[in-house]
Structure formats: C-alpha cells, structure tokens
Design a protein around this ligand. Structure first.
Ligand SMILES: Cc1cc2nc3c(=O)[nH]c(=O)nc-3n(C[C@H](O)[C@H](O)[C@H](O)COP(=O)(O)O)c2cc1C
Length: 189
C-alpha cells in the first residue's frame, strides 16, 4: 500500500483544488491518503529564530505528526489555490517550516536527513490564467524541498476558475502525474 500525504491548500466550499485532488486520488489503486489542512491545524510560522541551527530540531513541536508523515510517505500532493500570485499564506507558512531540514543539512551536517526518497506533485487552481503563479509556486516548492529528499516531479493547473474552467482536463493531468509518481520504481530509490 502506497501512502499519499495530501496538503489541502483551500478551505473554500466548492473548492476546485479539493474536488480535483479527491477525484484524482480516488482513481488511484492501492493507496492510503492522509490529509492535512493548514487552515485547521494550529502551528507557529517559522520566524527564523535559528533554534534549529544549534538544537537540530524546531523549538515548536506542533507539526510532529505531519513531519513523520512527510518523511515516510510515498507521494506528497499539494493542492493549492493561487492567491496573489503564489501560495496562500497558510500553505507558505507550512513550506517555511521545512527550514528545519535546511539547517539540519547545512548547519548540523546531518546528510542525508531523510532516508526515503518521495515525490511531490503540485495541483493549483487560478481565477485567471495562473501560469506566472504556477512558476513562482513551483520554484518555492523546489527551494523548500531542496534538502528533504522529496522531489517535485510536476504540476497540474486548473486555470480560469473565475470564468470557464476545465477541471476534467486538470484531473486527467493530475491522474497521470500521480500514477507515474506512485508506480515508477525510480520513485522508491
Ligand atoms: C485572496 C485571493 C487571492 C487570489 N489571487 C489570485 C491571483 O493572484 N491570480 C488568480 O488567477 N486568481 C486568484 N484568486 C482566485 C483563486 O485562485 C481561484 O478562485 C481558485 O479557484 C481558488 O482555489 P479553490 O477553487 O481550490 O478554492 C485569488 C483568490 C483569493 C480568495
């Protein structure tokens, strides 16, 4: 059984990202999904205190279960709206908390920090065309995951949700990305 960690970046009723993510995940065989909503969880944003640089861990223990899931799952799916050209603040706050791995890698010399190679898939929805935002989000994701042994492998975009979106097409793209991430042997190296 492969394990998927789903980060729900929208708390909106009728959310496209939630609907597309749920449909694409339901189409995958033999997976177990753990969902995490940064809107429901209470966690501190990283404030750059550098405690982790000397202690080797975050001074907050509010994301312990999520960290375990992140480190041991097979695929991370981040389903996120575009807000003002990038990730909504709660999702970005979550990405910033990956800083503990960065300092672990560079300041504490714990290399490699996470033994298991995982894949990261991004799903985004945008009111307008969303292409510039998707590039920003993909870059931020790559930076945040840089030393976590979690490899961003691709993104599916549902544009024009303010107008006439085509969520079915996005769902097909996402299904393909998930299928490849879950079955490709390279994902388990
Ligand atoms: C605070 C806020 C900021 C937004 N900023 C943008 C934006 O910069 N570009 C864009 O194309 N759409 C923007 N949108 C529209 C959302 O991306 C769009 O409604 C999307 O479908 C939301 O995702 P969801 O359907 O999963 O909730 C914004 C919406 C909100 C609420």
């Amino acid at each position: 059984m492969k394990r998927v960690l789903l980060i729900r970046g929208s708390a909106r009723e009728g959310s496209y990202t939630n609907a597309i993510a749920d449909r694409a995940l339901a189409a995958q065989e033999g997976i177990e999904v753990t969902a995490f909503s940064p809107y429901e969880a209470v966690f501190a944003p990283c404030d750059g205190c550098n405690f982790c640089e000397t202690a080797g861990r975050c001074r907050h223990d509010d994301l312990t279960d999520l960290a375990r899931e992140f480190e041991t799952c097979d695929v991370v799916l981040i389903a996120s709206p575009v807000y003002n050209g990038g990730f909504p603040a709660p999702v970005k706050a979550l990405l910033d908390r990956l800083q503990v791995y960065y300092t672990g890698f560079y300041a504490n010399g714990k290399r490699p920090l996470i033994a298991k190679h995982r894949r990261v898939v991004l799903l985004a929805a945008a009111g307008r065309d969303g292409n510039r935002a998707l590039r920003v989000m993909a870059d931020q994701l790559r930076d945040a995951c840089s030393v976590t042994n979690a490899e961003p492998v691709g993104a599916a975009l549902c544009p024009q949700t303010d107008g006439v979106p085509a969520p079915e097409t996005t769902c097909e793209t996402l299904c393909e990305l998930l299928k490849r991430s879950l079955t490709d042997e390279e994902a388990n190296r």
